[in-house]
Each structure stands twice: as structure tokens, then as C-alpha cells.
Write a protein of this length. Structure first.
Length: 355
């Protein structure tokens, strides 16, 4: 196998991107992937047939560390290999060193900074990995610029803008007057779904016909349903679980006044903009690089982090201004189509392999 991509887990949000890569690279490409990510909520939901091989993820120390097996020979033999930029995947270290000794091109794919923020956590350790590998693939142009600024010129920096859908599927999906508020993401504390419920409960009575749709699965599912009942909004709230069907998602986003992000924002922003739907975003969170796609007043509004009163106020604001935001939807989708399509992501990814 000439080219391999090694991942801990790959959710269905990567399906379109990988389908394009598979179509363009053919039998020269193979995805080597485990079943579940560290947190256990990201599960591999793609199937590339012969272009995909399941490998084993072994976790310990409360799933804070991992070691992958069942792929060493394939990765070491590959002409070029892309691994995850994560020092906690201990099996990546010997692979990087082995490929360096063999003189084979290796890249690391990931964010410019740890989740804790710029120059926090394991930044130095991550940079050490990159220097040893010799190449890095960034998720956004901003991240690529940060990598170039802090790494030696000898390190190759590539960029594959994080995306979900092909160009032809990125357009405004509005259907009539929006009536939903949409939360989409894992039901875990880091995503702060409880704050969504509390804020919505404050203003639901002042937004006749409004509905809150919670899309996602996770350990907080039952407790959130109980909270919705306690807050008196259970009848106006639906818990839909994991939804990947594009036609169903299209309807949900098309009927939504806004997509909600009370925790850190990431790929959910690109997903929302792909359907022309604006976002309501907490202003002080360790946001992922996709925050670069957000412009206040054009495709999003911000509210004070962890402030359910201010969050509810912004919900009411965008509800009252639905007609004005409806007019912005085609521009929101157009911006996303030009900058964050699966085709653009695949091109940046394949540049590493063919450069």
C-alpha cells in the first residue's frame, strides 16, 4: 500500500471527504482505523470496503493513553503515512521514529494548539512529534499559519480545511418560517447541553410555536430528559439521538432559527453553515480552529459563556429577527461552499501524499 491514514476512530462526519479521497486515490490509499475514540462517544461509522482495515485501540489510565496494534507492518512499509497529532497515542512514537530511520515521508494531522488553549498543555510535546515526523496537516488556514510561525522551515506544513459536505450539497435549506432551535453534538458535559435546556426554558413561553431539538447521544441523555421535565419544556423538546441521514439533517437545519453552541465550537459550525443556518455561540470557550469561519452579525451571534440569562436573551433576539436572518442564509451557505467543502479538504489532504 502506497498511502495510509491511521486514525483512532472516524465518525460519519468524515464520510464525504473520505469518499472523495478513495475515488481519487483508488487502491493506493487505505484507512487504518480503530472502533472508538478516547471518550468512547466517537465511533467509527465509515466503510471504505477494501480501502479500510480495522485495527485495535488499547486504552489505560482512565482512557487517557492509548496504544494501537495490528497496523505496524503496513504503516512502516507505506510510501507515505498520515498519523494523528496526539502524543497520548503512544504507538505513534515508534512508528514516527521507524519511518524516519527508513527515510519515508510521515505527516501528523491535527490542531495547532491543545484543547486547553494556545501555548498550553502539551504544545511542546506536540511540536516535538511534528519535528520528528517532518510534516504536519492543519485543519484551517489559521492553524497552518501558526504552525509555520513556530516550527522550523524544514517542516512541511499542509492544510485541509475541515469540512463535511461536497460543494453540490452546500446551500440554504430553509423551509418556510423557522421554528426550531437546534443543538447538535455529543451529550457530554464539555458540550454543555444542560445550559441549552435552561436557557430555552426561560424564553420558550415568549416564542410561540418554538421547539428545541437535541441531536446527539451520550451519557447525559436520561438526565437531560429529566431536566426538561423539571423545567416544564419536555413537550417542546425532542431528543433525537444520533442523526446522520443528510435528508433528515437538511430538514432540521432548514427549519431552525439557529444552531446552538454553549460549549466550545468546532466542526458543528461548518455543518450549520453548510445548510445556511446561523449559530449562537458562547464567547469565552476553548473553541476549535473552525471559530475562524465565524463572523458576528453575519453568520452568528455571541452570548456570555455559562450565562443562561444572556443565552436566552440572544435566543429571543434571533427569534424576533428571523426574517432578517432568513435573508442572510444564502450568503452563509455560499461562504461555506467556497471555503469549507469536502473537495477542498480532500485536495489539501492529497497534497501531502503527492507533493
Amino acid at each position: 500500500m502506497k498511502f495510509v491514514l491511521v486514525q483512532t476512530a472516524v465518525g460519519d462526519y468524515r464520510r464525504e471527504f473520505l469518499n472523495i479521497v478513495q475515488a481519487r486515490m483508488g487502491q493506493d490509499f487505505q484507512l487504518l482505523v480503530g472502533e472508538k475514540y478516547f471518550d468512547g462517544t466517537t465511533i467509527t461509522r465509515v466503510d471504505l470496503g477494501a480501502n479500510q482495515l480495522r485495527i485495535n485501540n488499547h486504552y489505560w489510565l482512565g482512557r487517557r493513553m492509548s496504544f494501537q496494534t495490528g497496523h505496524f507492518a503496513k504503516v512502516l512499509r507505506a510510501q507515505r503515512a498520515m498519523l494523528e497529532l496526539n502524543p497520548r497515542i503512544l504507538s505513534n512514537w515508534p512508528i514516527i521514529l521507524g519511518r524516519r530511520m527508513l527515510g519515508r515521508k510521515t505527516g501528523l494531522w491535527g490542531h495547532a494548539w491543545p484543547r486547553k488553549g494556545r501555548n498550553q498543555g502539551g504544545t511542546r510535546l506536540r511540536d516535538t512529534m511534528i519535528r520528528l515526523a517532518g510534516n504536519v496537516l492543519a485543519y484551517t488556514p489559521r492553524d497552518a499559519a501558526d504552525f509555520r510561525q513556530r516550527l522550523p522551515r524544514s517542516v512541511g506544513v499542509y492544510c485541509a480545511p475541515n469540512a463535511l459536505y461536497p460543494e453540490a450539497e452546500i446551500y440554504d435549506r430553509a423551509v418556510g418560517q423557522p421554528f426550531r432551535f437546534l443543538f447538535i453534538g455529543r451529550l457530554v458535559e464539555a458540550k454543555k447541553p444542560e445550559l441549552v435546556l435552561r436557557a430555552f426554558a426561560r424564553v420558550a413561553a415568549h416564542m410561540p410555536g418554538s421547539r428545541l431539538s437535541m441531536v446527539g447521544a451520550g451519557p447525559l441523555d436520561e438526565s437531560l430528559k429529566s431536566l426538561a421535565g423539571q423545567l416544564g419544556v419536555l413537550e417542546q423538546t425532542e431528543f433525537l439521538g444520533h442523526v446522520s441521514d443528510k435528508s433528515r439533517l437538511s430538514g432540521l437545519f432548514g427549519e431552525s432559527a439557529a444552531c446552538l453552541s454553549p460549549g466550545y465550537v468546532g466542526l458543528s459550525a461548518i455543518q450549520s453553515f453548510s445548510f445556511g443556518t446561523p449559530m449562537l455561540i458562547a464567547d469565552d470557550e476553548p473553541h476549535a480552529p473552525e471559530i475562524a469561519a465565524i463572523t458576528a452579525g453575519e453568520n452568528a451571534l455571541f452570548f456570555k459563556s455559562d450565562d443562561e440569562v444572556d443565552f436566552s436573551r440572544i435566543m429571543q433576539t434571533i427569534w424576533d429577527q428571523r426574517e432578517a436572518w432568513h435573508a442572510k442564509r444564502p450568503l452563509i451557505a455560499s461562504f461555506c461552499r467556497e471555503n469549507y467543502s469536502a473537495e477542498r479538504m480532500a485536495e489539501g489532504f492529497m497534497e501531502f501524499f503527492y507533493d
